[in-house]
Design a binder for this molecule. Structure first.
Ligand code: 59J
Length: 593
């Protein structure tokens, strides 16, 4: 201790004062810090913390709405949304309880390490799905773990009770229940509705503590009633599957229309897929071929050529056409029949399916008239049924024709049509010459257009009745009903010309006396011994229609005379049986030009 430094000598009083001073200084400093901190929290960073608090506790939550049901014309379900549960999480919250992750991963059926990585990558998000579309009991097991930040959300999954039979027409939805294909896509807005929105207070586990307000009223999706008859659809699908299998064909389609309304009663295709487990299916199996795929129709369009001939006034039903010797040159081309049919009237033209006679009619018509006839019956234009991806087919304009194009068009080549277009055209013939856009919606009133004189339409139906009664369409016959129809067998055009591959077609109307149903059967590339339309496609019509007529309660027009004591009066007297009516006769080679 040094005497010359008295100031340094601290008395106990002085020491105490200093200590107090220091404490006061510290307190003052601390106070300042607190004030600064408070200002920081309450003023400077107020917004940030308020948001954080709000984010944790006040949330906007969607009020899920279910997608509308699709039902058949009788109200039978075709597409229904079943409730499922999706597990979601706030990644930060879960990561804050890392020790629970292995249990959680096990309950979710995922690898724990990958699961944690995934959460970490999405740590800045507030909402991450862990598993979607779980049955309620499974999601309950996950929730029972009580892991903070793990929540459940009600969602809907589409189920298609008619399975493969209806798959192409309905299409499907994605995991968010939005339409992706088919009618699910075409009517997506109608079916979807609008989810509601509410503001809620929830605790840290995501449980709703309080509903604060309704932000938006939920608008549930609306139901859609289709024109399809589910029972008839199953019948058509079953017979298409059977015919394709029997003839080892590549594909097959059938369309059944209500002649008077244009309603599509059935539309079936093979190959098909399971719409409830779509993952495994190939894209080619998912096409609604009846609407998206085109064929060269061949002979089934000859009835339009005959119709145009009658319209022209140059032909009457009994007008005779000489087809001898069964072929004819047209420019640098030869039009051939399978045999020499000799002299035929217009009914025989259809019964025998003479390419030569069709060509002779076409040669008497102007190009414009023939074109206009095909055009009026809907060829080359989408039908307006509204199906996504519908093909319009191709009908080239007369300024692009030469004599060969005109001739081949008259018996169904050089144009392409969908099975639905063919059915629409036949329905118009059956409907007294009034064409209607086909529709998938029950009770829809689509406008109709007069495209043919009703008298001529009636005459064509009667002629087509002979094709089934005495010609190549015999296997399309239906007990107790008169059937009108036409078979066709077209060689398939591919790179390198027309091949020894075929499309077998039948287009028909029933009952002939007052047609109610129009149906088209297309079997693509039958591989068996039989490939004629009369042997491959017509029998499908013959197997489906009895059930269809019964289901729709359509009165027979051909009851056994002993039962009903009546005979159809609208039909012309049956022609004498024809010695040429053998549809099994081997086809002469060398039909190609
Ligand atoms: C046919 C064609 C191809 C395209 C010919 C069918 C033509 C033609 C060039 C040979 C099989 C075959 C433009 S046949 O549908 O005439 O339905 O029960 O594919 O004629 O000129 O080996 N139909 N079919 N023709 N082409 N080009 C007959 C007929 C028809 C039947 C049978 C036997 C053809 C009675 C088809 C049926 O009416």
């Amino acid at each position: 201790m040094r005497p010359n430094a008295p100031s340094a000598i601290k008395t106990p009083q002085v020491r105490t004062r200093l200590r107090l001073h220091a404490i006061a200084m510290l307190l003052a400093l601390g106070g300042t810090a607190l004030v600064v901190r408070a200002v920081d929290l309450q003023v400077v960073r107020n917004e940030f913390y308020q948001n954080q608090g709000d984010q944790r506790f006040v949330r906007e939550r969607a009020i899920p709405v279910s997608r509308g049901m699709v039902v058949d014309r009788n109200g039978e379900p075709l597409a229904v949304s079943t409730p499922v549960e999706s597990i979601w999480a706030e990644p930060k919250e879960v990561l804050a309880h890392r020790e629970r992750i292995p249990d959680l991963a096990r309950a979710l059926g995922v690898d724990a390490v990958e699961f944690e990585q995934r959460l970490a990558q999405r740590a800045d998000r507030e909402f991450v799905y862990l598993r979607r579309h779980l049955p309620p009991d499974q999601s309950a097991a996950v929730l029972a773990l009580g892991v903070p930040g793990v929540n459940v959300q009600r969602e809907f999954r589409r189920y298609y009770p008619a399975g493969e039979a209806m798959a192409h027409v309905l299409g499907f939805t994605n995991i968010d229940d939005r339409g992706q294909e088919g009618l699910e896509l075409a009517f997506d807005e109608w079916l979807t509705g609008t989810p509601g929105m509410k503001r809620v207070i929830q605790d840290r586990r995501g449980e709703v503590v309080e509903n604060v307000e309704l932000v938006r009223e939920p608008q549930p999706g609306r139901d859609l009633r289709l024109s399809i008859d589910r029972r008839l659809q199953h019948l058509a699908y079953k017979e298409i599957v059977a015919a394709v299998a029997e003839h080892r064909a590549r594909a097959g389609s059938m369309v059944v229309l209500d002649v008077r309304t244009g309603e599509i009663l059935a539309m079936a295709n093979w190959p098909s897929y399971n719409p409830n487990a779509r993952g495994a299916s190939e894209a080619s199996a998912r096409r609604n071929r009846a609407v998206t795929d085109v064929i060269e129709p061949g002979s089934v369009v000859k009835v339009l050529t005959v119709g145009a001939g009658l319209e022209s006034g140059k032909f009457k039903p009994e007008t005779l056409i000489d087809t001898t010797p069964g072929w004819m040159p047209v420019a640098n081309h030869v039009v051939r029949d399978i045999r020499n049919f000799g002299v035929v009237d217009l009914t025989r033209l259809l019964v025998k399916s003479s390419n030569v006679a069709s060509t002779r009619i076409a040669q008497q018509l102007t190009d414009e008239h023939l074109y206009d006839m095909f055009r009026r019956f809907g060829f080359g234009q989408a039908t307006g049924c509204g199906f996504p991806g519908e093909s319009a087919g191709v009908l080239s304009a007369p300024n692009r024709w030469g004599p060969v194009e005109k001739a081949t068009l008259s018996y169904g080549y050089g144009l392409s049509v969908t099975p639905l277009q063919l059915a629409q055209a036949y329905a118009a013939i059956g409907n007294g010459g009034r064409l209607r856009a086909p529709t998938f919606v029950a009770g829809a009133q689509t406008p109709d257009a007069a495209v043919l004189d009703p008298q001529i339409a009636r005459t064509l139906v009667d002629m087509l009745t002979h094709v089934v009664a005495e010609g190549s369409g015999a296997k399309a016959s239906v007990p107790n009903y008169h059937v009108a129809g036409k078979t066709g067998t077209s060689r398939k055009a591919m790179a390198g010309g027309y091949q020894s591959r075929y499309i077998s077609v039948f287009a028909g109307l029933v009952p002939s006396s007052a047609p109610r149903l129009a149906a088209v059967v297309v079997i693509d590339d039958p591989q068996g011994d039989a490939y004629y339309g009369g042997l491959v496609a017509a029998p499908v019509f013959g197997r489906v229609m009895p059930g269809a007529l019964r289901l729709l309660d359509i009165t027979p027009d051909n009851l056994d005379a002993t039962l009903a004591g009546m005979t159809p009066t609208t039909l012309p007297a049956a022609a004498a049986p024809d010695a040429d009516a053998d549809v099994h006769s081997p086809f002469a080679e060398g039909v190609q030009p």
